[in-house]
Ligand binder design. Structure first.
Ligand SMILES: Cc1cc2nc3c(=O)[nH]c(=O)nc-3n(C[C@H](O)[C@H](O)[C@H](O)COP(=O)(O)OP(=O)(O)OC[C@H]3O[C@@H](n4cnc5c(N)ncnc54)[C@H](O)[C@@H]3O)c2cc1C
Length: 462
């Protein structure tokens, strides 16, 4: 139980007095607001406030700023970096009540939405209007648009459509002192100086609270083919990707699974593996374009020895079964004790990195189990260490493993966060990927926008 000081009691009384029913205290604060998907130790904040309008967000932030109380913005709590995890003395600000798609502009192919709307609801509204919102990943039913913007989320469509940042035309954002910045641009061409929205996208709630957004929509998908291939080695995965592109196929996803991942995931499925489990590498690819072009490219790759075996889905059900192998990652928190790495490296270097990282991990932690997959067309590798396979799975061991892996990433000029953000979990390793001068400019920006340091302190920057 959190202890509440006299000062806190007076502040909470004033908070409830000002914001009434939208404030929850003590045991009324749901567990879902106390931690995210990282499995970080849950922490009950001093209060949870649930504003339903931008004006309310503004009033809450002004109030907390005047009282020098820290505020932790919360979306769907599906983050994988601990960015939304509150501290015991903070006020959690849930955007869940600020939800709903406001409008779709068919002429401009844009959608205006409130921050607390789920990604799934945005995808559905786009589809209903004859478009597609191309950001997609497993947490679509729970994560909020505000959360996806604040983490600049990726997913498997990035290879074709880019990250969340690339889908955003405008935002409305509330600053720490309560000022509302109207950056709700809806025009594709608009060169009027600094494009400030990009400071807030990917800022993980440290610079402002995003309340609304204008998103770009894409045309609906047509003639999409789903293909699973077994490959002899990593360079073949890279050259097969080029071959598909040369065949005028638009890659919607190119998900490479190392043997360790494929074998483990197939063991979790109810059906027989679609391809034998003895190949070094597998790629699940989704491509838009002519079926003839795809079959021809596949035949060429088979005769060149680039692809060893393949299965092309002949129905939506079969495609879904192939995707289930890749989406086994959603089971990781239940079936493994995962230490997750979400890193970026140059595309040709990813295969060598996996070998180097595995050799290093096996040398220090004998018998450790490692599984790998990556959106390699986006330079993104997800390496997972199973804590169950460690002799001692302690916070110290986990920290030592992280330090070694991030050191290796830094030495190779990679990024310690490809798409999940920095949050709490990677904050102390940021220097491996960000130059001290850049860190200084980031701190200057933080101080300029939030001089009292009330917005999500301790996240992203130390
Ligand atoms: C099963 C699963 C699969 C995933 N797959 C992917 C994937 O493929 N690619 C990928 O990139 N990510 C993936 N993620 C992680 C992804 O970052 C989050 O799911 C999502 O982007 C976070 O949204 P959220 O609303 O849950 O945010 P939260 O977890 O609530 O918050 C995340 C961060 O954003 C801040 N924040 C939230 N809302 C706002 C707001 N309105 N204004 C300002 N700051 C705010 C919080 O303070 C925190 O720092 C996955 C997560 C899960 C659980």
């Amino acid at each position: 139980m959190n202890s509440v000081s006299i000062e806190d009691t007076a502040f909470l009384a004033a908070l409830v007095d000002t914001f009434g029913d939208s404030v929850l205290l003590g045991e009324a604060i749901p567990e879902s607001c106390q931690s995210d998907w990282t499995g970080h130790a849950p922490c009950r904040p001093l209060a949870l406030v649930r504003p339903a309008t931008t004006q309310e967000v503004s009033r809450v932030l002004r109030f907390c700023n005047e009282h020098r109380r820290t505020v932790v913005p919360q979306g769907g709590m599906t983050g994988l970096a601990g960015g939304a995890v509150p501290s015991a003395d903070s006020i959690a600000l849930s955007l869940a009540r600020l939800s709903g798609v406001e409008s779709v502009d068919r002429d401009a192919a844009t959608l205006t939405v409130r921050a607390g709307t789920t990604l799934q609801a945005v995808q559905d509204a786009a589809e209903e209007a004859g478009f597609r919102y191309p950001v997609d990943f497993g947490a679509r039913g729970s994560c909020h648009i505000g959360g996806t913007l604040s983490t600049n989320a990726g997913g498997h469509g990035v290879i074709r459509h880019g990250m969340t940042r690339d889908q955003v035309l405008g935002i409305e954002v509330v600053l720490a002192d309560g000022r509302v910045l109207d950056l709700m641009n809806s025009m594709i061409k608009n060169n009027t100086g600094y494009d400030l929205k990009h400071c807030f996208i990917g800022a993980e709630g440290t610079l402002g609270v995003i309340t609304r957004a204008v998103l770009r929509l894409s045309p609906p998908q047509s003639d999409t083919h789903t293909l699973l291939c077994a490959l002899p080695d990593y360079p073949s995965a890279v050259s097969f990707m080029h071959r598909l592109r040369r065949a005028k196929l638009a890659l919607e996803a190119y998900e490479v699974m190392w043997q360790d991942f494929y074998t483990m995931s197939c063991g979790w499925q109810t059906k027989q593996p679609p391809l034998p489990t003895n190949y070094p590498l597998y790629v699940l690819c989704e491509a838009e374009g002519s079926a003839n072009h795809l079959e021809l490219a596949l035949e060429e790759a088979l005769s060149a020895g680039e692809v060893a075996d393949a299965v092309l889905a002949s129905s939506t059900t079969q495609a879904r079964e192939l995707w289930a192998i890749r989406e086994a990652t959603a089971e990781f928190p239940i079936k493994l004790a995962p230490i997750n790495f979400d890193i970026s490296l140059s595309i040709p270097d990813i295969g060598n990195f996996v070998e180097a990282a595995e050799a290093m991990l096996h040398k220090h932690w004998m018998g450790v189990r490692i599984v790998n997959f990556g959106h390699i067309g986006d330079s993104n590798l997800h390496l997972t260490v199973d804590g169950h396979s460690l002799t001692e799975d302690t916070p110290q061991t986990r920290h030592a493993i992280e330090a070694e892996v991030y050191q290796l990433v830094g030495e190779r000029g990679g990024s310690i966060s490809a798409e999940h953000g920095i949050g709490l979990l990677k904050r102390d390793f940021l220097h491996h990927s960000v130059h001290p001068d850049t860190l200084e400019v980031m701190r200057t920006l933080k101080n300029a926008l939030d001089p009292n340091g009330t917005l999500n302190p301790g996240k992203l920057l130390s």
